[in-house]
Design a protein around this ligand. Structure first.
Ligand code: NAD
Ligand code: ZN
Length: 360
């Protein structure tokens, strides 16, 4: 059935109850090749990024509930070691390196899927939320939805393209901002934000990065941000942005901070015809925007939720031609609890990628 020697048990990082702590279980069962359903594949993981979403899911601060017990993770790269018996027309094969993103499965046949909004399919399965995610040595996924990884991309570098990369790439793609126009990035020093700087520069836009602290400032500048604003030090973010943009304001804001505060001034610092892309996902906050000025300034507000398979391929292709490079620190699976704490406190510049590859 499979040329690989697949163990019966594996290490996973698991949360037993929402708000409880994440711990490593070294004896979690591995689904065996003969138990895979049609269209499913078993992926032996190399590594996985850790997204702020994983922390939201584990702490239960969203108005959606995750399946329990929860194995988080949705930025995983690994090798296909088995495909469900009887699967025909699989776009990927055993031995191929693939990525597992947040959207693990969609039906591909409903109105949402056919419109390209696969992420809004009513049958969507979400990796690390409604199905077991990538904080595991072996993960069951779906052949139609895994993302092929270009040969020239290292697994550790490819991992965070699968959520951080694809999400900000899509948000920029729909931000109605042309080359040479201004994009403001609140959250720029974090996982999504630091990728957004690079995708925006690759698309020829000018970038104003907003975040806090010396380490994130240096990272944002190194990645090509044209200007930096420290949200904890600035006395007037709106004025600073207007001054940097000839008094007009920015053309778009891609907000990846996980807090409502980062949304509050966007309508004020956008220029007429500007676009606010809502990406960061605080569970309870609302967008506090003036209705009057949203109308009067012809502002567009768009919610941007991950991306479909094509967005993932495009985001990956830009990484493979050297347009973006994830800035990450490598950790073992046993560090996940500390990584969640650091995400909560906003201490991580760029991403943390967990290495899972086990010696054979
Ligand atoms: P992260 O913690 O790595 O980065 C968030 C950054 O925001 C941090 O650097 C923090 O210092 C900064 N920040 C906090 N308050 C700020 C403020 N007022 N102004 C400017 N910056 C501020 O998190 P991440 O992994 O990049 O995820 C960010 C958010 O995006 C999370 O809520 C996550 O759930 C969400 N997300 C959304 C999608 C989507 O499809 N829309 C996909 C993935 C993640
Ligand atoms: Zn994510």
């Amino acid at each position: 059935m499979s040329q690989y020697n697949i163990p019966k048990t594996q290490s996973v990082a698991i949360v037993d109850k929402i708000g409880g702590t994440v711990h490593v279980n070294p004896q979690h069962p591995v689904r065996q090749p003969e138990d895979l359903a049609l269209g499913e594949c078993l992926v032996k993981m190399h590594c996985t990024g850790v997204c702020h979403t994983d922390f939201h899911a584990a702490s239960g601060d969203w108005p959606l509930t995750a399946n329990l017990p929860l194995i988080g993770g949705h930025e995983g790269v690994g090798e296909i070691v088995a495909i469900g018996k009887g699967t025909v027309d699989s776009p990927v094969k055993v031995g191929e390196r693939v990525g597992i993103k947040w959207l693990a499965y969609s039906c591909l046949d409903c109105e949402m899927c056919l419109k390209g909004l696969e992420q809004n399919c009513v049958k969507a399965k979400l990796s690390g939320f409604t199905v077991d995610g990538t904080f595991a040595e072996y993960v069951v996924s779906w052949v139609q939805h895994v993302t092929p990884i270009p040969d020239n991309l290292d697994s550790l570098e490819a991992a965070s393209i699968l959520c951080a990369g694809v999400t900000v790439y899509r948000a920029l793609k729909y931000s109605q901002t042309n080359a040479s126009e201004w994009v403001v990035l609140p959250g720029a020093g974090g996982g999504l934000g630091h990728m957004a700087i690079q995708y925006a520069k690759f698309m020829g836009k000018r970038v104003i990065a907003i975040d806090t602290g010396k380490e994130k400032k240096e990272l944002c500048k190194k990645l090509g941000a044209d200007h930096w604003i420290d949200f904890k030090e600035s006395k007037d973010i709106v004025k600073e942005i207007k001054d940097l943009t000839d008094g007009l304001g920015a053309n778009s804001a891609i907000i990846t901070a996980a807090t409502g505060a980062a949304y509050s001034q966007a309508v004020d610092y956008l220029q007429c015809g500007g676009t606010l892309m809502a990406v960061g996902l605080p569970g309870e906050a609302t967008i506090d925007a003036s209705i009057f000025f949203t109308v009067y300034k012809s502002i567009t507000i768009i919610g941007s939720y991950v991306g479909n398979r094509q967005d993932a391929k495009e985001a990956m292709r830009i990484a493979s031609v050297g347009g973006v490079k994830c800035h990450y620190a490598k950790h073992p699976l046993s560090d996940i609890k500390e990584v969640y704490e650091e995400l909560k406190e906003g201490k991580i510049a760029g991403r943390v990628v967990v290495e899972l590859k086990k010696k054979d």
